[in-house]
Design a protein around this ligand. Structure first.
Ligand code: ADP
Length: 415
């Protein structure tokens, strides 16, 4: 849990202004010792003359017992107030959490030490919640994948047959306008079903066995060139910020290309006419990845890019052993962005906000699957351009981690 300090630090600075538990205990015990001493001296001044009487030892014992009783009573009160009560509150809350109430949070307490303890437990509870919903989602996706593969195979053959019958009918129709129109409709809708079936097969495709060394920057610039050549990016201003000499990602090159194609097409679709689409490849440090806010050089102070902890990110980081550095590729745009409540759902198959017939809702589900096959993680956050930024992380494998290769080749151009 190396990331804990960064994630729990938010409430600590305020608590730091409070007196630490150690100082408060020391001050209280010093005051107590001073008060006891004064009581002893006072007792001697007030009752000193009794020590000359026959019951001197009795009086002396009574004075000592009274002093000790005051010391113990006040000490016990302070220890209860400062330590026992807050610890009891924390134990009560953790008992409820352990019993399954994951919505319960530990109260913060007054001293920085107790705030830190409460933050750490609350952070663990949040992670537990995230992990649990992530697991449920992964299991759901796995069963959708199996179902999709079966359905796609069953639908694929009838669709091919419908295309064949349509051709036959078209030849026989002899150019009748109404029949031609109906046949066009059948062809159009069959093509749409075919697209969905292909998407389902892509989504359900098992991880490929072949593993090549993939240069992220090279692949990104090739995919952008390809899409530009097809005119798919003509309405957007595309800029590339690609680091040269990055360590390779290992996996299937086609899968990396397909993931980038899907993300770039979505970005171009989301950006308004003449809007921005950016692709960045870089080496990224763990500290910047888990930081809640980060500014890129050149950002003004008003640029506020919140990076809330993300279940996809944390699950991947935990599985990867919180590597100090990793490879990052970001596809961002100046479109409307993704609403907070949709940030996880957009990776579900069939989730689409497009009009019926315009989107299948399979593009990002396929991207998530491909990125997983490539050993990486993907999530979405708000982009500096105002729209969505799809961030992908890939591990730097030890044998491939060459130091000092972070020189950045900046290539900016319009589409
Ligand atoms: P489709 O594009 O067919 O709807 P996707 O899986 O590619 O399917 O995308 C799912 C949804 O995610 C889209 O309908 C859209 O709401 C949202 N989305 C994807 N990319 C972006 C983006 N760059 N900006 C804003 N929303 C996006």
């Amino acid at each position: 849990m190396t990331a804990t300090p960064q994630l729990t630090s938010a409430a600590v600075p305020k608590a730091m202004r409070a007196v630490s538990l150690r100082t408060e205990l020391l001050v209280n015990l010093t005051m107590l010792a001073t008060a006891t001493l004064m009581l002893v001296v006072g007792s001697f001044v007030a009752f000193g003359h009794l020590l000359d009487s026959a019951d001197a030892s009795l009086y002396l014992t009574a004075m000592i017992v009274a002093d000790v009783a005051v010391f113990v009573a006040f000490g016990a009160y302070q220890i209860r107030r400062l330590i026992l009560k807050p610890v009891e509150d924390i134990v009560a809350a953790t008992d409820e959490i352990a019993a399954g109430d994951l919505a319960r949070r530990v109260p913060a307490g007054k001293s920085p030490e107790l705030v830190r303890l409460a933050n750490a437990i609350n952070w663990m509870t949040n992670r537990l919640l995230e992990e649990r919903s992530h697991l449920v989602r992964v299991e759901k996706m796995a069963s959708i994948g199996r179902l999709a593969a079966g359905v796609a195979h069953e639908i694929g053959n009838p669709i091919a047959a419908i295309s064949g019958y349509t051709d036959t009918l078209r030849r026989r129709a002899g150019g009748s306008g109404e029949v031609e129109g109906a046949l066009d409709g059948i062809e159009r809708e069959s093509a749409r079903i075919d697209r969905i079936v292909r998407g389902l097969l892509d989504y359900a495709r098992p991880a490929p066995r072949s593993r090549h060394a993939i240069d992220l920057s090279d692949t990104a610039s090739r995919v952008v060139d390809l899409l530009r050549g097809q005119g798919a990016l003509r309405d957007a201003r595309v800029s590339l910020e690609l680091a040269s000499g990055l360590p390779a990602v290992y996996g299937d090159r086609n899968e990396m290309e397909q993931a980038l194609v899907n993300l770039l097409l979505n970005a171009a679709d989301a950006a308004p006419a003449g809007g921005e689409v950016n692709v960045v490849t870089r080496r990224a440090a763990l500290s910047e990845i888990v930081a809640e806010k980060k500014q890129r050089s050149g950002d003004s102070n008003e640029v506020d890019v919140p990076r809330a902890p993300n279940a996809r990110l944390h699950t991947w980081l935990s599985a990867a052993g919180h590597p100090k550095e990793m490879l990052q590729i970001i596809v961002s745009d100046s479109g409307p962005g993704v609403a907070d409540e949709d940030k996880e759902r957009i990776f579900d198959p069939f989730f689409t906000t497009k009009d019926p017939g315009m989107g299948t809702g399979l593009g990002l589900a396929i991207v998530a699957r491909l990125v997983e096959n490539l050993g990486g993680a993907i999530w979405v956050r708000r982009a500096r351009e105002g729209g969505a930024a799809f961030v992908m992380l890939f591990p730097i494998l030890p044998e491939n981690a060459r130091p000092g290769v972070a020189s950045v080749a900046l290539a900016r151009s319009g589409a």
